[in-house]
Write a protein that binds this ligand. Structure first.
Ligand code: GLU
Length: 303
């Protein structure tokens, strides 16, 4: 688990067609009880199904993810007693792969450069709602991005790309959806609605796939990586349930296979809200320092 041991061969010997699970934390804070539930569920399900267990470090955000926090992730998982196949994948080592996926979507005419700043969008939403309108919002409550830049002329685009420093590549969700012939669904086995779930990527509007100042978006990298790593079972929190709609759409557009999804219940804080990495007292390191054992953690997360 520690960086020193990353080149060691895997101890697991499972067949090529074994199920593949992955735990995919972002090292932008300390792991907390919610991560422990996710990691332990992945480990338990992989063991039960005779599957492989991978660890992926989602460190796209190079300003917030640090080597120290990454090491802390390894230490916490080691302490919990979970071992993953080696080597560990780091997203920061695969930017060219995400770029290729973006280029394929560009070649299909499905993405466009978007230049409005957060502040401009906010001001526009504010003005609209002050007049009594209701601006559409995504499943996380953020206002959908305006769509007029889809129709910008090539000349305007080229001029702005040459002069504007910060912009994003966004997916034209209507055009993207029109390329999907069959009903878009996913297989869900988790703690929310189960069975064959109908995806609704349009609920997110024109999602960001790439930013000029930060490579690949979460949606693009996670979709590309799950396929690159042959992941067959995605086990993660219910907070990412709706994001799966976008991942399914990208899978179809890029010709990638669909894993089975299992979105598990969330561990809530005393205020009834989802735990965040800034809530120090539920950090695994703090609980460990208090004298809690890995089996206490299992009991605390209810498994
Ligand atoms: N990196 C994401 C997080 O830490 C999880 C992504 C996923 O499991 O798809 O919340």
């Amino acid at each position: 688990m520690r960086r020193k041991s990353m080149t060691e061969p895997s101890r697991q010997t499972v067949g090529h067609d074994a199920p593949v699970f992955r735990f995919a934390p972002s090292p932008n804070g300390r792991l907390h009880l919610g991560h422990a539930l996710s990691a332990l569920l992945n480990a338990d399900m992989a063991e039960k199904m005779g599957g492989r267990l991978l660890l992926r470090i989602e460190d796209i955000d190079l300003t917030r993810c640090t080597p120290q926090l990454e090491q802390a992730v390894f230490d916490d998982l080691d302490w919990l007693g979970i071992s993953f196949e080696q080597p560990v994948r780091r997203q920061s080592e695969h930017f060219p792969l995400y770029r290729q996926a973006l280029d394929r979507l560009k070649a299909k005419g499905l993405v466009y450069p978007a230049f409005l700043t957060r502040g401009e969008v906010k001001a526009r939403v504010f003005a609209y709602e002050r007049e009594g309108g209701t601006w559409p919002r995504d499943p996380d409550g953020a206002p959908l991005y305006p769509t007029e830049e889809r129709a910008m002329s090539e000349a305007d685009r080229a001029e702005r790309l040459a002069t504007v420093e910060r912009y994003a590549w966004r997916l034209d969700i209507d055009r993207a959806q029109s390329m999907v012939e069959r009903l878009l669904t996913w297989q869900e086995t988790g703690d929310g609605p189960r069975g064959e779930i109908e995806a609704d990527p349009a609920a997110w509007g024109d999602v960001v796939l790439w930013r000029s100042d930060a490579p690949a978006s979460y949606h693009l990298a996670v979709t590309v990586d799950d396929a690159a790593q042959g992941v067959t079972h995605v086990v993660r929190g219910l907070d990412l349930y709706h994001a799966t709609s976008v991942h399914r759409l990208l899978q179809v557009l890029l010709g990638l296979p669909a894993p089975i999804y299992h979105h598990h219940r969330l561990i809530l804080g005393p205020d009834g809200r989802k735990l965040s990495k800034s809530l120090g007292d539920t950090a695994l390191s703090a609980l460990r320092a208090e004298g809690k054992t890995p089996s206490d953690i299992r009991a605390m997360v209810g498994i």
